[in-house]
Design a protein around this ligand. Structure first.
Ligand SMILES: [Zn+2]
Length: 273
């Protein structure tokens, strides 16, 4: 079922699913969520970025996304020199953290590194139930370091995120999950991801009888460290993990739970933290 928001202009065409606008009242909620996340999960003094709506195709390929999730990737087509539209060197970012790995590619880190960013992401979802958005904002905090550090960080972040979302009044549930890997090999990878508990999601109700993941905590092991050649002083690839919040889904969940009292509820919770 597609979510078709009512249009204020009589006779105007309905919005294409995934292209909805954000009213200023919702932007105010998003700003409170951003500062809540920064305050709790991003440590002061560390770098935060805001990403553009496109990313280099080469980066997403290097991250291994195109081979694992070809069904979700959106590409930019254009014809800068005229003629037929063709694939460009840009795609739509499928996950916020992909923007960060090129910053550290080829480097040696002697201490764990934490970076954060907000990105506009796109996934070619085949269904459009409430909260299954094709275009959405993701706020991610990313940690790179040795395996024990990264694993402990991921566990701590997951626990902190679940506690925060519960404080905000959501029926936040932490569940083991897997990414929608493509094809037969993909099903195997999904099973490994689940059995090794590499991906945890925190779910909440975003509409009546509809529960979606509003946050996830992912341990990538040395996948990105290897792909982007980020190593420790001995030359071994570093491990990475990310804590990701789906800002639009959080907004839906909070509106569903608190209606017009969301700002008051967020302000009160943050004042007590
Ligand atoms: Zn990530």
């Amino acid at each position: 079922m597609n979510q078709q928001p009512s249009t204020a202009v009589a006779g105007a065409a309905p919005t294409v699913w995934g292209t909805e606008l954000t009213p200023s009242a919702d932007e105010q909620v998003l700003d409170l969520l951003r500062s809540g996340i920064a305050h709790r999960f991003g440590r002061s003094g560390e770098e935060h970025y805001v990403a553009p709506p496109v990313i280099a195709r080469a980066t997403v390929e290097r991250a291994g996304y195109q081979s694992s999730f070809p069904q979700l990737l959106g590409s930019v087509y254009a014809a800068p020199d005229g003629g037929e539209q063709a694939l460009t060197d840009l795609v739509l970012p499928p996950a916020a953290c992909h923007h960060l790995y090129p910053l550290v590619a080829g480097s040696t880190l002697t201490e764990p590194l934490t970076l954060s960013l907000e990105a506009r992401c796109f996934r070619a979802e085949s269904t459009g139930e409430p909260g299954r958005l094709r275009s959405f904002r993701m706020y991610e905090v990313v940690r790179l370091g040795p395996e024990p550090d990264v694993q402990a960080w991921r566990d701590e972040m997951l626990e902190g995120a679940a506690a925060w979302l519960t404080d905000l009044g959501l029926s936040a549930e932490t569940v083991a999950a897997n990414d929608p890997f493509f094809g037969r090999t993909g099903r195997l990878m999904a099973r490994v991801q689940r059995s090794q508990q590499l991906k945890w999601e925190i779910t909440a109700e975003v509409a009546d009888d509809t529960v979606q993941a509003v946050a996830s905590a992912n341990f990538h092991k040395e996948h990105f460290g290897e792909a982007f050649e980020v190593a420790d002083a001995q030359g071994a690839p570093l491990h990475s993990a990310c804590l990701a919040f789906g800002l639009d889904r959080l907004l839906l969940a909070l509106r569903h739970r608190h209606g017009s009292d969301v700002v008051e509820r967020l302000t009160r919770t943050e004042a007590h933290s």
